[in-house]
Ligand binder design. Structure first.
Ligand SMILES: NC(=O)c1ccc[n+]([C@@H]2O[C@H](COP(=O)([O-])OP(=O)(O)OC[C@H]3O[C@@H](n4cnc5c(N)ncnc54)[C@H](OP(=O)(O)O)[C@@H]3O)[C@@H](O)[C@H]2O)c1
Length: 304
């Protein structure tokens, strides 16, 4: 297939590009900077220059493709509403360009905000009445498009998509621990974080592209829920600092923006995904990956 990938320069998207190329697909990757374009070209993929605001570019990329994987997202926590709206605009444009065909569109959300406090499955949907995160509009859009028979599916990665070179949540936690001299967890740290290795996630995106039915929902989850205290203790051991409990009311001050996420109890299952797509996560789990040491050799990430 000729596959158009948005977010082709990103942590997940760049692994998806490699996964697709290795499986024999042709890839066109969206890139909005010279540096991004060079990185995409270096993989052997074609480059399409543009950003999420360039809806005509997104439309032409999708129109010329046999399928689309959408992983681009504006990760700016100071403008979450804007990011959600941009995502929605991109998805509607991509789906519009594929309309009238059964060419698949795979989009991305996440398991973390669907139903905190219990194990989220692929059958769960966010409750729009619960004053939820603005990003639930993406989930609702996928449902609406699927109800019209459009060939759209969604991959929900767990809170930590980990691996060598990670610049997501875990490096920020390590950075906070380095700065404060303690490796914190919130309350008793029994709240759970789901996780998946980046390469397992990339493999799942390819299977979803190749096999997903209309409206398919898939969980990129290797670890159903790692207690955050275990994460903090492992970080503490590697940095040789104590793991300590941070009271929930002090979490925002201690951790900054990531405190809200590290306090979440957000376990998620991928049993149905594994059954339906024949996907098996084979890479190391989060704690094993962290214990390999590469997270502690990387340059500090600045929490913004
Ligand atoms: N990583 C995780 O742990 C995790 C967990 C759950 C869900 N997710 C979701 O998975 C998806 C991929 O995440 P990721 O970790 O790969 O994120 P990432 O590394 O931050 O990559 C984001 C991608 O989006 C692109 N992008 C951002 N703003 C853009 C814009 N205005 N126009 C065009 N492209 C733009 C970036 O391009 P540049 O390179 O040019 O900046 C990059 O390619 C996102 O939807 C994310 O929310 C990730």
């Amino acid at each position: 297939m000729r596959v158009f990938v948005t977010g082709a320069t990103g942590w997940i998207g760049s692994a998806v590009v490699t996964e697709l190329l290795d499986a024999g697909h042709d890839v066109v990757g969206l890139a909005r900077s010279d540096q991004g374009a060079a990185a995409v070209a270096a993989t052997g993929a074609e480059v399409l220059r543009g950003s999420l605001d360039d809806l005509d570019v997104l439309g032409s990329g999708a129109a010329a493709a046999d399928g689309v994987i959408h992983t681009a997202y504006i990760h700016d926590f100071s403008q979450m509403e804007h990011a959600a709206q941009a995502d929605l605009g991109a998805i509607e444009t991509l789906a519009g360009a594929l309309e009238g065909s059964d060419r698949p569109l795979v989009v991305t959300t996440g398991t973390a905000l669907i139903k905190p406090g219990s194990v989220v499955t692929e059958e769960d949907s966010p409750d729009p009445a619960a004053g939820a995160h603005p990003r639930i509009t993406t989930e609702l859009a996928v449902k609406a498009l699927a109800a019209e028979g459009r060939h759209v599916s969604v991959v929900r990665p767990g809170a930590s998509v980990h691996g060598e070179g990670d610049h997501g949540f875990v490096p920020v936690l390590i950075d906070v621990a380095r700065r404060t001299g303690v490796s914190g967890y919130v309350g008793d740290g029994s709240n759970r974080w789901p996780a998946v290795h980046r390469f397992d996630a990339a493999h799942l995106y390819r299977l979803a592209l190749e096999q997903a039915p209309v409206g398919g929902v898939f969980h990129a989850i290797g670890d159903e829920g790692v207690p955050t205290r275990d994460i903090a203790e492992l970080i503490g051991r590697h940095l040789d600092i104590p793991a300590v409990s941070i009271a929930p009311e002090n979490a925002a001050e201690h951790f900054g923006w990531i405190g809200m996420f590290f306090a979440l109890d957000a376990p998620a299952s991928s049993a149905l995904t594994q059954q339906r797509l024949g996907w098996t996560p084979t890479r190391p789990g989060l704690l094993e990956d962290l214990d390999q040491g590469h997270y502690f050799q990387a340059a500090p990430v600045t929490a913004s």
